[in-house]
Design a protein. Structure first.
Length: 254
């Protein structure tokens, strides 16, 4: 018989209304709940020959497996978050069994309650901003002198122009973040992605997450629209379950 572990997706607070039913999670497993002291953990029973520590190290390098698993994990979290405040946990958080999940709910009980109270009635929006540096780079002025002198001066001016363009880009990124943060209840700046990850040739200057009250979604969306232009392209995603605002450093041991 294959050893099994308990895969944890998210934690919510117990509610009189029923949660989503019939969910399928990672590897097509059924999603069920574990209840302890007013908290509800959404979990699946998974085989450790696939979700144990060593198999996971290999599987995390398989992009197809990783994409399917992340998609299933995300789907469960979003279905639950549609109905109640939800604290998602990190992808592939696996415990040896249900008792360890109950122990987690007991030991981190107050932390979970604080997080769930903070995110109640709020959702996460993602904003990525890209800048066309050619729009902000100034053309170097013509200079007197021979061809060699002109070349060196042109090169120096080009370098100064590019440095100034990057300074302006950094200032614009800060402006964007401050503006959106003023509308949000909380905000977080992630590391900007390089072109290989973003799929864009323009440099990313902002990779932000914003926790927004449900009744301020329209205000936030209007603020995003106003930030477009002047060489800046803005990508908006969401609303999502608040992944960026619920990290309690919950880690499994499967």
């Amino acid at each position: 018989m294959t050893d099994t572990g308990t895969y944890l997706y998210a934690v919510t607070q117990e509610s009189p209304s029923p949660g989503p039913e019939g969910l399928r999670g990672v590897a097509g497993t059924a999603v069920r709940t574990i209840v302890d002291e007013g908290l509800v953990a959404y979990v699946s029973t998974v085989p450790l020959d696939e979700f144990g520590a060593e198999p996971l190290r290999r599987s995390m390098e398989n992009l197809e497996w990783l994409g399917e698993t992340a998609g299933a994990h995300h789907n469960v979290v979003e279905e639950v978050a549609e109905q109640r405040p939800t604290a998602p946990v990190r992808l592939v958080t696996v415990y040896r069994g249900d008792d360890q999940v109950r122990e987690l709910l007991h030991e981190r009980h107050d932390d979970f309650l604080d997080v769930l109270a903070h995110i109640a009635g709020r959702r996460e929006w993602g904003v990525k901003a890209y800048i066309d540096l050619s729009v902000t780079e100034a053309a170097p002025a013509k200079s007197a002198g021979g061809p060699g002198t002109a070349y060196l001066k042109k090169r120096q001016a080009g370098l100064r122009s590019r440095e100034e363009a990057w300074r302006q880009a950094a200032a614009r990124a800060e402006e964007l973040h401050v503006t959106l943060s003023s509308v949000a209840a909380a905000s977080h700046r992630h590391r900007a992605q390089d072109p290989e990850l973003s799929g864009r040739k323009e440099p990313m200057i902002l990779n932000g997450a914003y926790l927004v009250d449900g009744d301020r979604d329209e205000v936030f969306l209007r603020a995003v629209e106003k930030l477009r232009g002047e060489g800046v392209d803005v990508e908006l995603t969401g609303p999502w379950a608040p992944y960026s605002f619920t990290d309690l450093e919950v880690r499994g041991d499967g």
